[in-house]
Design a protein around this ligand. Structure first.
Ligand SMILES: [Zn+2]
Length: 197
């Protein structure tokens, strides 16, 4: 997930009625594009379509990444917040290093916040030029209701989801990070690379 205000901004920033005329990029959303796509500016539509066409990263985990993943899976079972933070940071750093991007900050918090729509698993805050705040990821390690530690594989998938948002900017140089089918395929490619290596 990315910060909600980003989505609100996206929904109102579009140029109503603009369609992707002249764009010939293949899209993964063969059936139909989401309604909000047509409210995006043509520039944002190009970003969205580019995001949708890229399906995987060239990522092969090395020993350091595998060790970080093992450590994260182990420490999640203990529920130790500091240990979980250290391992999640190490894993994200290894992925960034392998993909030759600057590292991204990762903060792990305890109990997921929730509202009537559900509970929050993670957030990605893009670089904020006004605050000069570097991009960072926030993840929660315990469920909102029972305060159980999240299943290790679910936690890793959430981490890869937020890392995916970061890579949209840092690696793919997209101007925005959208939940396209391409985005979810890239997320899955990271998860598969980690667990099948
Ligand atoms: Zn997201």
């Amino acid at each position: 997930m990315i910060v909600p205000w980003m989505w609100r901004r996206k929904l109102v920033s579009g140029n109503g009625g603009v369609v992707a005329t002249g764009l010939t990029l293949r899209t993964n959303s063969e059936t139909r594009l989401p309604a909000f796509f047509y409210r995006l500016s043509s520039r944002a539509q190009r970003t969205w379509l580019k995001s949708d066409t890229i399906e995987r990263y060239d990522y092969v985990p090395n020993d350091a990444a595998r060790n970080s993943l093992d450590a994260l899976m182990r420490v999640l079972k203990t529920g130790n917040l500091a240990g979980c933070t250290t391992s999640a940071r190490a894993l994200a750093a290894e992925i960034c290093r392998a993909l030759a991007t600057p590292p991204v900050s990762v903060e792990v918090r305890s109990v997921r916040p929730r509202n009537q729509r559900g509970e929050l698993h993670g957030l990605f805050y893009p670089y904020d030029p006004r605050m000069r705040r570097p991009p960072y990821i926030v993840l929660w390690m315990r469920t909102a209701q029972r305060h159980d530690v999240v299943k290790p594989k679910t936690f890793v998938r959430t981490l890869m989801h937020e890392v995916g948002h970061y890579l949209d900017y840092a690696l793919l140089r997209l101007e925005d990070s959208y939940h396209t089918q391409g985005f979810f395929k890239r997320e899955s490619s990271l998860v598969r690379a980690l667990f099948n290596s």
